[in-house]
Design a protein around this ligand. Sequence first.
Ligand SMILES: Cc1cc2nc3c(=O)[nH]c(=O)nc-3n(C[C@H](O)[C@H](O)[C@H](O)COP(=O)(O)O)c2cc1C
Length: 217
Amino acid sequence: MSTLLHLDSSARGKASESRAITAAFASAFRTAHPDNVVLRRDLHTDPPPHLPEAGLHWAPGLREAGERPGWAAEEAQRRLVNELLAADVLLIGFPLYNYGLPSTLKAWLDHVHVPGWTAPSAISGAPLAGRPVVLATARGGEYGTRGVNRQRDHATPVMELVLGEEMGMSVTVIAANLTLANRTPALARHTERAARELRGALSLAVELGGRLGSGRP
Ligand SMILES: Cc1cc2nc3c(=O)[nH]c(=O)nc-3n(C[C@H](O)[C@H](O)[C@H](O)COP(=O)(O)O)c2cc1C
């Protein structure tokens, strides 16, 4: 039996491609084993607050004198962190907004990246080391290795850096590009490629959800 923590952050509902990809993954994960559990948190409809105090970035043993976050803020952070620590697999859907992360997901990340608690430090190990995280992202434009936008996605690299390098999780990225092909004349010639990318992303999500849901690496 495995637990999946499934986060979404798109401000779109049914039309969202990142939500479609995470839904495909979560469904395959759920059906891979009868005892699997999926815990869902929608960061768009139920957003965490901006990090209210900088002291929350550090585990209590690493805080400086005077860094004493309030009880309610600590409690809200504890809920998010414990949810993450209890999950065997983490799944995060997010759109690219103004070349960066949706602010709701950034607020979540600011709460859960805590040296000395979720990230290694002088006083702790790496509780999330090797834990799988699947990043499902949708981007209006084209972000391949050769195009003009190739280094302009500042969302996925941040997630890889914080969850992968800082927290030690094992990151897989599923991306759908050119999602604006249907509504932006300048991208209209890419409509077929956009549809192909989405199909590829959905089938990868199903394959990966089934694999991780059955406990295979
Ligand atoms: C506020 C906002 C900002 C956006 N900024 C970008 C951007 O910087 N680059 C880009 O390629 N697409 C951008 N888009 C398009 C989205 O990335 C695209 O619609 C994507 O499919 C959204 O994900 P979703 O389908 O899961 O909702 C933006 C869309 C919105 C609503």
